[in-house]
Design a protein around this ligand. Structure first.
Ligand code: 13P
Length: 288
């Protein structure tokens, strides 16, 4: 990955140290205090994205097992079933320690949008969170960053917590464009909603090449991009950046979760395949 553009356009290497150095250069009062407390303030999140998997028969034991296994509120656990199963899932979760999330929402509030589901409807059936701009929406269904930004704003407007997904393709990474891609996905949202909007949101960094491939980013690769995201936000608002939860997604499993979650800027995970097996998902929850 190439370094971040420095002041005056110079390229600087992007490391955790760089994050420390970069932030220290921003003259804002109490920044040291934000940074010192920030990691402890940021409650970790593990969210399961079921994608288009499940059935009524299969979901019931899975949700019940997850609910039985999440006993602590030291972290937040979220499950995101397909829309059609949200209400059934809510009837099991009932506002307890495991929260409900959707996988997508319509950018429009109400009206003649056949097949779409609004943020208000998601709230109505018990959702607290919604994914926005998942890479499968972007690559398979042609969603632009501009549309993802509108969906992000729609989620916030009804009180849902958007989990904004960002991430680069393998070709982008190999061409040194990771920061450019992730930065522009983020910027589409901050330009429309303002950086303050990130105070009510979560970001998920999901490198597209790591999704469903079994090829996870190393903890260091994840940390590097997470630090970049936090630094980008800190350049506009250090306090929002310090409190922002940034999840990693892409082939997270019980066996690699602990090392990834131990990175200083990784605040949990967005889990695909491994969220469909209660034991595996609960082991990831335990690692957070
Ligand atoms: P996998 O964990 O199956 O790689 O999926 C990650 C993902 O896309 C979660 O949103």
């Amino acid at each position: 990955m190439r370094g971040a553009p420095g002041r005056g356009g110079a390229q600087r290497p992007l490391t955790a140290l760089h994050w420390t150095g970069g932030v220290a250069m921003i003259a804002r009062p109490k920044l040291g205090a934000y940074k010192a407390r920030a990691r402890f303030m940021r409650r970790k999140i593990v969210a399961g994205n079921w994608k288009m998997h499940g059935s009524r028969a299969a979901n019931a034991p899975l949700v019940e097992a997850i609910l039985a296994g999440v006993t602590s509120e030291r972290m937040s656990c979220v499950i995101c079933p397909p829309h059609i199963y949200l209400h059934d899932t809510w009837r099991v979760l009932r506002g307890g320690v495991v929260a409900l999330g959707a996988q997508d929402l319509c950018a429009e509030a109400v009206g003649a949008y056949t097949g779409e589901v609004s943020g208000a409807m998601l709230k109505d059936v018990g959702c607290t969170y919604t994914l926005v701009g998942h890479s499968e929406r972007r690559t398979l269904f042609g969603e632009s960053s501009a549309l993802a930004a509108r969906k992000f704003a729609a989620a916030l407007s009804v009180g849902l917590i958007p989990i904004l997904c960002v991430g680069e393709q393998l070709s982008d990474r190999e061409a040194g464009r990771t920061e450019g891609i992730v930065g522009s996905q983020l910027e589409a949202v901050t330009q429309l909603s303002g950086v303050q909007a990130l105070g009510g949101a979560v970001i998920a960094y999901e490198p597209v090449w790591a999704i469903g491939t079994g090829r996870t980013a190393t903890p260091e690769q994840a940390q590097e991009v997470h630090a970049f995201i936090r630094q980008r936000v800190a350049a506009e608002d250090a306090k929002i950046a310090a409190g922002l939860r940034i999840l990693y997604g892409g082939s997270v499993k019980a066996g690699n979760a602990r090392d990834i979650f131990a990175m200083p800027d990784v605040d949990g995970g967005l889990i695909g395949g491994a969220s469909l097996k209660a034991d595996e998902f609960l082991a990831i929850v335990a690692a957070a």
